[in-house]
Design a protein around this ligand. Structure first.
Ligand code: SF4
Length: 96
């Protein structure tokens, strides 16, 4: 048996059947925690506020939180279930 494969969080979100019907489908990279190329901090904050709002109405939000917990540090760098997960996979204090 080989080593477990690391699947990037964004791909995991697309592939996990528990997240079919996700409200964020097709919205990448709007859920990236880090600033996009040339993006100012205020723009980033506004973009992530919209992402969090999308999560509020998402039909699979509870499952999304479960998947993020299962992925742990591999969930880092994206908004999951309305929470931005930083570089270590933990919720960011500035986005709660
Ligand atoms: S809760 Fe948010 S991040 Fe999770 S699947 Fe829904 S829209 Fe996407």
């Amino acid at each position: 048996m080989g080593k477990p494969m690391h699947i990037p969080a964004a791909v995991a979100r697309l592939a996990d059947p528990r997240l079919y019907g996700a409200a964020c489908s097709g919205m990448a990279p709007a859920f990236d925690v880090e600033p996009l190329d040339g993006e100012e901090q205020q723009e980033r904050a506004e973009r992530l506020a919209v992402a969090v709002k999308v999560c509020t109405g998402c039909p699979v939000r509870a499952a999304c939180g479960t998947v993020a917990e299962e992925l742990g540090r591999y969930a880092a760098g994206l908004v999951w279930s309305g929470t931005a997960r930083g570089v270590r996979g933990r919720p960011r204090k500035d986005m709660r």
